[in-house]
Design a protein around this ligand. Structure first.
Ligand code: GLU
Length: 346
């Protein structure tokens, strides 16, 4: 009799403690946009010719029952496309949806699943526009869900764990890929096909994962001087083109860009943002007409200074694709050239 009472109270205690630990799990919302993490192929070794966007957010969550041990997850399908097809309206929609969801005191963090090709652009856009100290983590995969050693499931587990962790707060938007934690401002895709592709050559990683537990190298910190833009009243973003420079580069593409309505240009220049003299002349004329030009570097890393003898703005720490995101947002915000300069020259 006594043993039975004891057993019953042990069961009650265990159930209560299991319930308590269930209650403690963070609530994380997953915003799915497509990409390889939702891609599939008939061949288990196909890592390049698969189809993106084969699985929706529910399929991603259901394929990963273990996720329930680290967070209570819910999903929202924003779009289901390859990330080269993510456009400005999608960015505005995604950022607004995340802002809305993080206002909910019951949500501890957000995860975005995304194609890796332009993941860094979306991550940086969110970094500049999400209005919350709660974690926002962007992840994806290099191998489709159907491949041997698919990296998507572990990347998603790690991203959800990171988004539900209090230590991830106040660090800006984070990129979680291949057991590494990177900052949205600096992390870039460096290899076209391998899983160890996301890096920040100069600034490095913010941390790593042991199992699914995030281990940060430093306390919370954000990139120096990074602005925040409210997109509450923004319904569209202005056209900003990126133009690549090379030997023999002339002004034909610059003129075409302006003719087609570019409100700003990012030159992916050589070295410290250089372009040939002839092209520079046309860019000078464009700047005089009020079209800001950001000079980035095709080298892939380093700080780019502003050209001495022009109104041009060096991209600072940002590569061309991140410079484009920052310039689009500052133009949408109505900032003048001097203000825009401060964003890049911090
Ligand atoms: N091009 C596709 C995309 O960016 C596949 C790349 C990937 O997700 O790894 O969505």
């Amino acid at each position: 009799m006594k043993l039975r009472v004891l057993c019953a109270s042990v069961v009650i205690a265990m159930t209560a403690s299991a319930m308590a630990s269930e209650v403690k799990l963070p609530n994380v919302k997953i915003f799915a946009t497509g990409g390889t993490i939702s891609g599939g192929s008939a061949s288990k070794t196909d890592t390049t010719k698969y189809q993106d966007g084969q699985f929706n957010v529910d399929a991603l969550i259901n394929a990963l029952p273990d996720i329930k041990t680290i967070a209570n997850v819910t999903g929202e399908q924003v779009v289901n496309v390859s990330s080269e097809d993510v456009d400005s309206p999608t960015l505005l929609k995604l950022s607004a949806a995340i802002n809305r969801s993080l206002e909910d005191p019951n949500i501890q963090g957000a995860v975005v699943t995304h194609g890796t090709d332009t993941l860094e652009e979306t991550a940086f856009f969110l970094d500049l526009t999400v209005n919350s100290q709660k974690p926002v983590v962007v992840t994806g995969s290099m191998r489709p869900a159907t491949a041997i050693s698919a990296d998507g499931p572990m990347n998603l587990m790690e991203a959800v764990s990171l988004a539900g962790n209090k230590n991830s707060m106040n660090r800006g938007v984070l990129v979680a890929m291949n057991d590494r934690i990177g900052s949205a401002a600096f992390t870039t895709k460096t290899n076209s096909t391998t899983p160890d592709t996301f890096k920040a050559t100069e600034q490095g990683y913010l941390g790593t994962f042991i199992g699914v537990d995030p281990k940060f190298y430093y306390p919370p910190v954000k990139p120096t001087g990074q602005p925040h833009f409210s997109i509450d009243k923004v319904t569209s973003l202005p056209r900003v083109d990126i133009i690549y420079s090379y030997q023999d580069f002339d002004d034909v593409l610059i003129k075409a860009s302006i003719r087609n309505g570019a409100k700003g240009i990012v030159m992916d220049g050589t070295g410290n943002g250089d372009v040939p003299k002839r092209a520079m002349k046309t860019l000078e004329a464009a700047m005089k007409k009020g079209i800001p030009v950001i000079f980035a570097s095709r080298t892939g890393s380093g700080y780019v200074t502003s050209p001495k003898s022009s109104e041009g703005i060096g991209s600072g720490y940002y590569n061309a694709q991140k410079s484009r995101i920052l310039l689009m947002l500052s133009l949408a915000n109505g900032d003048d050239l001097n203000k825009i300069k401060t964003y890049f020259e911090k």
